[in-house]
Write a protein that binds this ligand. Structure first.
Ligand SMILES: Nc1ncnc2c1ncn2[C@@H]1O[C@H](COP(=O)(O)OP(=O)(O)OP(=O)(O)O)[C@@H](O)[C@H]1O
Length: 253
């Protein structure tokens, strides 16, 4: 059993307007795991990510860190790449290092290394408008990973991309996860994507959300396109779909 990076206990969040987004979330996150969060729209998945990132304080409940990620230790990737349109790719990726006061030469070297890892080394001087949607998302991934975070939080990062680009980015993200060893929490609406990527899938109930099922995904790595048609992958997708249907208050067909 891997050591715990984070244990979330009895987490509740009520927004100032009165909306209760989360109610009693219990969740364990092991070091180096790839955990997907799946649940009905509005069940509080983004809210939970924002609390884990420290961007939002819970109303009650606790977050207990095994080894607290240090400064720059949590990366966040949103559904939109949120790049600075006036800045070149390299400057966009370097932003977190500039904010942390990393010396120029070291920052340049780390940006070059990270751009190579996401396959964009030749595009360091391009502007975001000159890139495809998938390439822009890779820039966002590079920016989130350039500080070498212990924990990477991803909030539906590939939802706006076409299926071919999405599959490619799934493979790229898995390769980065295996090479760099960060822990990942990935929010998605796609059961297929969650099973393809994860070592565990946590299912949340409708709002106010809590974790109602936790399904291990013991598929071997490396995972490749061939997996998508394999019987064991299909069986796990059915398990996650059935758990999601139960969480939404309806039995699976
Ligand atoms: N800043 C806010 N102020 C008030 N209510 C909010 C705020 N952010 C989210 N909510 C509400 O909290 C609930 C949970 O929202 P959240 O975005 O966390 O859900 P989600 O599961 O990520 O949704 P989706 O899957 O549709 O992206 C929703 O009812 C939403 O309207």
């Amino acid at each position: 059993m891997v050591p715990d990076l984070l244990t979330v206990s009895g987490l509740t969040l009520a927004y100032p307007g009165g909306t209760r987004a989360l109610d009693g979330v219990d969740l364990r996150l092991g070091e180096g795991e790839f955990l997907s969060l799946v649940g009905p729209s509005g069940c509080g998945k983004s809210t939970l990510l924002r609390i884990i990132a420290g961007l939002l304080a819970p109303t009650s409940g606790t977050l207990s860190w095994g080894r607290r990620p240090g400064r720059g230790g949590i990366g966040f990737v949103f559904q939109e790449p949120t790049l600075m349109p006036w800045a070149r790719v390299a400057a966009n990726v370097r932003l977190p290092l500039d904010l942390a006061g990393v010396p120029q030469a070291e920052a340049d070297a780390r940006v070059a290394e990270q751009l190579a890892r996401v396959g964009l080394f030749e595009f360091e001087s391009a502007f975001p408008r000159e890139l495809s949607g998938g390439m822009r998302m890779r820039v966002a991934l590079a920016r989130a990973l350039v500080t070498k975070p212990a924990l990477l939080l991803l909030d539906e990062p590939f939802a706006a991309l076409d299926e071919i680009t999405r599959f490619k980015l799934n493979d790229d993200l898995l390769a980065l996860w295996r090479a760099e060893g960060f822990t990942a929490v990935f929010v998605t609406h796609s059961v297929f994507e969650s099973v393809y990527l994860s070592s565990r899938v946590a299912i949340m109930s409708a709002r106010p959300g809590r974790v109602v099922a936790d399904i291990p995904i013991p598929l071997a790595h490396p995972r490749t396109a061939a997996l998508r048609t394999q019987a064991d992958y299909g069986a796990l997708c059915r398990d996650v779909s059935a758990a999601l249907a139960r969480a939404m208050g309806q039995e699976a067909a």
